[in-house]
Design a binder for this molecule. Structure first.
Ligand code: HEM
Length: 395
């Protein structure tokens, strides 16, 4: 009797730990069949070396429109319907051209110049939270607004429209209903199409959108889609990591104490948090464009491939004692930001935000603590960026 391939991704039980069944998947073969949300069979890559080999392989496509692309959620289904794709869903040569266009805003040097701005945003968000608490919801009052303000400023997306953005994005990324998600995506796109048209006539228009609108380097439609995608990618992930990072540190008070006494210690701690959390199970999706032989397995052209960091980043051959959170380890080789040509465009920004936010939190509020046990926090469904939508705290 053969058993049906397991579903992937699976639900987290405790939001800051991978689903319990992933430990078993890691013990099995490096590549195995799984069933996606849409009921397709796809390949799951469970090991670090094979994950990096495949993410570098030019025979893998990121184009969501190709038949066989792994549909792991309603949100991916919506992307398969799109005529145009954002950066993450493009293949070369189109991908390389667009990535080069955005890169100047995300280099280490450019991002470092934003340090003072990010520090101010972090302090102001803490001021607001402390004025109204304790208690507080650390996700709503801190983890979410910090990266949201930072990415709005970088893009030049008007902050006064934040309620519209947040409502539409929530309806797009949290829904299980295709029609609701489609509607929310359409509203956001129309908004950015208008913004691009307006910025074309304004020489003083701000941010990345202002820099590229009317430059002749990218069509208005592609810029609107890119702006919408960057707004979502630029805060949803980082907000989740600030919240889950705070939970993990509060769950490990000795390591938190060590980080608080040594300002340099936050850098390796953030890398370890990224490895340990690996929140982007829904990223690193590919479809094979040719037959590929790897590890004695043939992935056929047209078959979907999932390369989740939550498995590769806990490969015991690369990370000793991988299920232990160790803020002092050298976790720098993790693939929480992906690997290869689609490796996260915003990683320098995300790192800096995490370092600043998770340092300032305990500098300002040394007695910060959760009011519920970590295992009682509500995990997001599989297929979403993993995280929490509420984090009750007091001090
Ligand atoms: C790509 C994770 C923050 C923008 C990716 C990928 C991962 C990832 C795993 C690779 C997807 C793939 O290969 O299919 C994360 C995590 C973040 C984060 C864990 C926070 C902790 C950000 C930020 C931005 C951003 C702040 C800013 C705009 C992007 C973009 C891509 C991407 C545009 C696509 C790049 C390409 O296709 O060339 N991210 N990300 N991300 N990320 Fe991030």
């Amino acid at each position: 009797m053969t058993t049906a391939p397991p579903a992937f991704p699976q639900a987290r039980v405790c939001p800051h730990l991978p689903p319990p069944a992933y430990a078993e998947l890691r013990q099995g073969p490096a590549l195995r069949r799984v069933t996606t949300h849409a009921g397709q069979l796809a390949w799951l890559v469970t090991r670090y070396d094979q994950a990096r080999t495949l993410l570098k392989d030019p025979r893998l496509s990121s184009d969501r429109r190709r038949p066989g692309f792994p549909v792991i959620s309603v949100q991916v289904k919506l992307l398969t319907e799109r005529k145009r794709q954002a950066l993450i869903g493009m293949d070369p040569p189109e991908h390389d051209v667009q990535r080069r266009m955005f890169l100047p805003d995300f280099t280490l040097k450019k991002v470092s110049e934003r340090r003072a701005d990010i520090e101010r945003i972090v302090q102001e968000s803490l001021d607001d939270m402390m004025e109204h608490g304790p208690p507080a919801d650390l996700y709503r009052d801190f983890a979410l607004p910090v990266p949201f303000r930072v990415i709005c400023r970088l893009l030049g997306a008007p902050w006064e429209d934040r309620d519209f953005f947040q409502d539409a994005i929530r309806r797009l990324v949290r829904t299980f209903d295709t029609a609701e998600g489609r509607q929310a995506g359409a509203e956001l796109l129309v908004y950015f199409e208008h913004l691009v048209t307006e910025y074309k006539t304004r020489p003083d228009a701000a941010g990345l959108i202002g820099r590229l609108a009317g430059s002749g380097r990218i069509s208005d439609d592609d810029l609107a889609l890119a702006a919408m995608s960057l707004l979502i990618a630029g805060h949803e992930t980082t907000a989740a990591m600030i919240a889950l990072g705070a939970v993990t540190l509060m769950e490990n008070p000795d390591q938190l104490a060590a980080i608080r006494t040594d300002p340099e210690a936050i850098k390796p701690a953030v890398e370890e948090l990224l490895r340990f959390q690996s929140i982007a199970d829904s990223a690193n999706l590919r479809v094979a464009t040719a037959d590929i032989e790897i590890d004695g397995v043939v992935i056929k052209a047209g078959e979907g491939i999932l390369v989740p960091g939550s498995l590769a980043n806990r490969d015991a051959e690369v990370f000793e004692d991988p299920d232990t959170f160790d803020a002092r380890r050298d976790a720098g080789g993790h693939i929480a930001f992906g690997y290869g040509r689609h490796q996260c465009l915003g990683q320098n920004l995300a790192r800096l935000e995490l370092q600043i936010a998770l340092t300032a939190l305990w500098q300002r509020i040394p007695t910060l603590r959760m009011t519920v046990p970590a295992e009682e926090l509500t995990a997001r469904p599989p297929g979403a960026i993993q995280g929490i939508d509420a984090l009750p705290v007091t001090w």
